[in-house]
Write a protein that binds this ligand. Structure first.
Ligand code: PB1
Length: 316
């Protein structure tokens, strides 16, 4: 076997998996105000930035696709996440700024209420404190339509509500936005790896947790069932989240669907690599490129990662 691995040229020729800048999606956090660029302490290199700062930096973004998260001020949050559905909200403003500078950039938006609700859950609550599924998906449809009207290429529902893809598809089509794609967070797990994100987006649940709507890490078959339902509801992309601890799920969805598939290398995965590199126990570039190659090898067409800009520099 070693004959075919003897030289760089032979190894490159036989390589089964590639990693290209166009496989990467860069998450962005957008806040209110002006001249804001606030580092996220738990995610070295990641900032929360205002729209005007993002507009000035857009030309420098190396990634060809971004995923936008709005991070409204606490005073803008309420029980139904009403700031999430405004046509002039944070995310629509960010979309317009990005598209004005880079019409070619693929702009994807996170569609969920957790960053906009005073209670921090991904939907509106019932009197008993559970997330009301159908009232929530109606709001998700309005949120996605506001993003699409502003020019988003894809809406990415991350709320893990039943029927959210169908509700968003119907809302987009009813608004004459049938050209807007849906990237569904189809198999999203109730993971312990989201902590730094919740720090960045100030979106931790005010009480309880998300196990009543996100998948159990123990359930592999259920993840595929979720993805198949989202495909039947009209998803254009599927997603697995988190990534590295769930490569079996990535592989299952790749085998079970012909749709394009993304994997989300989440904040906790990012922070662990950053801290390990800072501690000197890994070589960052090599470890990150290995992790991304493994996610691609498992079957992901695209990777959502906070490392996107650094990887673009490394592989350019
Ligand atoms: O990087 C990350 O950790 C992403 C977290 C993810 C964003 N879609 C969710 C984390 C959570 O459940 O709090 C946000 C859910 N809408």
């Amino acid at each position: 076997m070693r004959r075919a691995r003897r030289t760089d040229g032979l190894r490159r020729l036989a390589s089964e998996t590639t990693l290209d800048k166009h496989d990467l999606i860069l998450p962005l956090f957008v806040v209110s105000g002006t001249n804001q660029s606030v580092p996220v302490d738990s995610m070295p290199g990641v900032v929360r930035q205002s729209v005007d700062v993002l507009a000035r930096r857009t030309a420098e973004i190396r990634s060809s696709a971004v995923l936008i998260f709005g991070v409204p001020d606490d005073c803008e949050k309420d029980d139904t996440g009403s700031a999430a559905v405004r046509d002039d909200g944070l995310v629509p403003q960010a979309i317009r700024a990005l598209k004005a500078e880079r019409p070619d950039m693929v702009v994807i938006t996170d569609v969920c209420l957790c960053g906009y609700t005073s209670h921090g859950h991904c939907g509106v609550l019932t009197e008993s404190g559970e997330v009301h599924n159908d009232r929530s998906i109606a709001l998700l449809g309005k949120m996605a339509a506001a993003h699409a009207a502003a020019g988003a290429d894809m809406a990415a529902p991350s709320a893990m509500m039943d029927g959210q893809v169908r509700a968003i598809r119907e809302a987009l089509d009813a608004a004459g936005l049938g050209h807007t794609c849906i990237m569904s967070y189809a198999s999203k797990f109730a993971s312990a790896f989201y902590g730094p994100f919740r720090d960045a987006a100030r979106s931790a649940p005010g009480f309880g947790d998300r196990r009543g709507y996100q998948l159990s890490p123990a359930n592999r078959r259920e993840a595929l069932r979720e993805a198949m339902l989202d495909e039947a509801e009209g998803a254009d992309w599927l997603m697995v989240k988190p990534a590295m601890p769930y490569l079996d799920i990535v592989s299952d969805l790749r085998a079970g669907s012909r749709l394009p598939l993304a994997a989300y290398h989440v904040s906790g995965e990012y922070a662990m690599l950053k801290l390990a590199a800072k501690a000197g126990v890994i070589f960052e570039r090599e470890a990150v490129l290995e992790a991304m190659t493994c996610i691609r090898r498992a079957g992901a067409d695209a990777i959502i990662t906070y490392y996107a800009e650094e990887i673009c520099r490394w592989i350019d």
